[in-house]
Design a protein around this ligand. Structure first.
Ligand SMILES: [Zn+2]
Length: 315
């Protein structure tokens, strides 16, 4: 992959490779970790998602038990405590998933893995996925968790680094980790109809994890909707953290400032002919074009670069 040019694109069907890790190879070591049991900090006390229900789908719903997402060697690890603002995770564990939803989660994480690998070609360490932190999938309560069609993600661990989805979006954090948070949210938005984040927090609980679900009917991401608060926050965060407008508010309101940031992102990504691109895309009306737009968000964010370091081909 090192010979690839900056504008090489990863299509959804072009996963670079599948790691054939022997399942369980990491498990023995993981089992030695002792979860910390620090009390939840004040900001996390409103996270009632996993604790309210039993950690299982509501009775009558078909499910599969899975201790991994993406590849069988990519452990699912439960957040069990805190080390300051960083979640502490235990060893490999199983959650109950609707089988179709689990497949969608697999596609998402495989794609994030592939994109990370080609976005960090010049770093010494690999940026393949190691494991995924969670605080619940099938949980018997109202909403998509009750049927195992939702997942609460607390951390993404690559070989070369990680992002904690409680800590790294917050104001005092460094730009590099805020960019990783942005990359994970954008990647989720490509594959899941509903994505709740610290920026789009529907019930006060999503400051410490990212929730994804498939809307109960295997729905993936759609075009970017300017009337949708969650979609708008992603565009605003991309503008803010990828060197377009460091002052833009991430408030979910699509006004002239957000429109301007979006236009600049489109130009930097060479997604318009007027900016030198080979074709003009419209992520605001096309699901396929949304995926292209967010792919460049993810690639530049993971590379810790400003928008435009990676971009579509030019003509
Ligand atoms: Zn959730």
């Amino acid at each position: 992959m090192r010979g690839m040019t900056r504008y090489d694109a990863v299509g959804d069907g072009q996963l670079s490779r599948r790691r054939l890790l022997a399942a369980g190879g990491l498990t023995a070591a993981v089992g030695l970790l002792t979860p910390m049991s620090n009390a939840l900090p004040a900001y996390a006390e409103d996270d009632s998602e996993p604790e309210l229900g039993t950690m299982a789908v509501c009775s009558g719903n078909p499910y599969v038990n899975r201790a991994w997402v993406g590849e069988s060697g990519w452990d699912l690890r439960h957040r069990t405590g805190w080390n300051g603002l960083v979640g502490v995770h235990g060893g490999r564990h199983s959650e109950q998933f609707n089988a179709t939803f689990h497949n969608r989660c697999n596609t998402w994480l495989q794609n994030l893995d592939a994109i990370a690998r080609i976005s960090r070609p010049n770093t010494s360490s690999s940026w393949g996925i190691q494991w995924l932190g969670d605080i619940g999938a099938g949980v018997c309560k109202t909403g998509q968790h009750g049927t195992g069609r939702a997942l609460d993600i607390s951390r993404v661990q690559w070989d070369g680094g990680f992002v904690d989805l409680n800590k790294h979006w917050r104001g005092p954090e460094t730009r590099v980790v805020k960019r990783r948070y942005l990359a994970v949210v954008a990647s989720c938005r490509r594959y899941f109809r509903n994505v709740f984040t610290a920026w789009y927090d529907t019930d006060g609980s999503h400051v410490n994890h990212v929730h994804v679900d498939d809307n109960g009917n295997n729905s993936g991401g759609v075009n970017i909707r300017t009337s949708h608060k969650g979609d708008t926050t992603i565009v605003q965060a991309a503008g803010r953290y990828l060197g377009v407008n460091s002052d833009i508010a991430i408030d979910g309101i699509w006004g002239p400032i957000t429109q301007s940031a979006y236009n600049t992102l489109m130009a930097r990504f060479k997604m318009t002919t007027s900016s030198g691109g080979c074709q003009t895309y419209n992520p605001l009306s096309s699901t396929a074009d949304m995926k292209v737009f967010l792919r460049w968000v993810i690639r530049n964010a993971l590379a810790d670069q400003n928008a435009g370091y990676y971009h579509s081909p030019t003509c």
